[in-house]
Design a protein around this ligand. Sequence first.
Ligand code: ZN
Length: 136
Amino acid sequence: MERIKEKLVKFMTGRYGVDQLYYAMFALWVVLTLVNIKVDSLILMAVSDVFIVLAIFRGFSRNISRRAAENDKFLKVWNPVKRKVRLFYRRIREIRVHRFRKCPHCKKTLQLSIKRGKNTVKCPRCQEKFDVHIIL
Ligand SMILES: [Zn+2]
């Protein structure tokens, strides 16, 4: 067992390994494969296989700087999406306690306690004041 582990470590030395793009491609492959069970399309199968082959290729690649640059490009797109999805679920989770409004000056999303009606709010980031109207 120790020898296998040693060989594996030696094999992976200098290779890129896994990153966020790897996990995204793997997840996409899983989703497309599950959809393909229902749809049974040859094209969909080929597309999903491209994702898993690319993910494996990236993991074993020795061109680390290029793989890291690809991951950075992916994260520039993925992180804003992730932030919006997290905020969406947080809004639902805290719907009884807080409301979330964007500051019109600096565009930061503020968490406000529920005060129904028209209120003036001071943004903690840019110190500007603006009106918010909370109906429900
Ligand atoms: Zn602000």
